[in-house]
Write a protein that binds this ligand. Structure first.
Ligand SMILES: C[S@@+](CC[C@H](N)C(=O)[O-])C[C@H]1O[C@@H](n2cnc3c(N)ncnc32)[C@H](O)[C@@H]1O
Length: 214
């Protein structure tokens, strides 16, 4: 019985997550412009686009913009008239992302907010409730970002968090530090009665939670 692996990932990508020119340019130019090459994979982007569409998202939030690669996928899944607010602490990263959103024809649908997400989110709360929140910034912040998201998404709203598998290190019996933080976070969400949650196993694993009425 095959388990999820690179050839199966490639199969998904080839059939469901083909990049157009704007996505290819964003992925390639982000490191060329001096940013780290730590964007999500195409299949993970397609999954986020799928989530945005399934939620008929009009109001989405991303925490951790980098060069805009994941933001393009999310913005393309929004409902008509929908908007993505993406938060980035680095002014340089935010500037590069704005160029890429513009080039993708999405400048009108995406707002890049520069600042530490913990502060920015506090100010953003009155604009909620939100339909989708994607968390992809520093791992030590995931608990706080998740709590904000559960408070500020509507019932039926979706929360997604990147790197649930930590490149497979989540299975290391001697995990510690940053990977332990992720393991604790995954376990906490798994038992959170406010949501129904799981991990979508493509790429580096996307933890997903839908807020339920209780
Ligand atoms: C892994 S990258 C995001 C990748 C992006 N989501 C993508 O796939 O294209 C993480 C980003 O989060 C930003 N970041 C880290 N800590 C942050 C914070 N406290 N507030 C806002 N942004 C933060 C980093 O500067 C970096 O650009």
């Amino acid at each position: 019985m095959p388990t999820y692996n690179d050839p199966l990932s490639e199969y998904i990508t080839q059939h469901f997550a083909r990049e157009d020119r704007a996505l290819i340019n964003t992925r390639q130019q982000t490191p060329e412009k001096g940013l780290p090459a730590i964007n999500i994979k195409a299949e993970e982007g397609r999954f986020l686009q799928f989530l945005a569409a399934a939620a008929q998202a009009k109001k989405a939030v991303e925490i951790g913009t980098l060069g805009g690669y994941s933001g393009i996928w999310i913005a393309r899944g929004l409902a008509p008239g929908g908007k993505l607010i993406t938060i980035e602490k680095s002014a340089k990263h935010a500037g590069v992302a704005r160029e890429h959103f513009e080039a993708a024809g999405l400048a009108g649908r995406v707002e890049v907010v520069v600042g530490d997400a913990h502060q920015v989110l506090e100010n953003l709360a009155p604009q909620g409730p939100f339909d989708l929140v994607f968390i992809d910034a520093e791992k030590s912040g995931y608990d706080a970002y998740y709590d904000w998201a559960v408070e500020n998404v509507r019932t039926g709203g979706i929360i997604a968090a990147h790197n649930a598998f930590r490149s497979g290190n989540i299975l290391d019996p001697n995990i510690n530090g940053d990977v332990r933080t992720t393991d604790n976070f995954n376990r906490r969400v798994a038992f959170d009665p406010r949501v129904i949650s799981t991990i979508f196993p493509a790429g580096d694993g996307t933890l997903i939670a839908v807020k339920i009425d209780r």
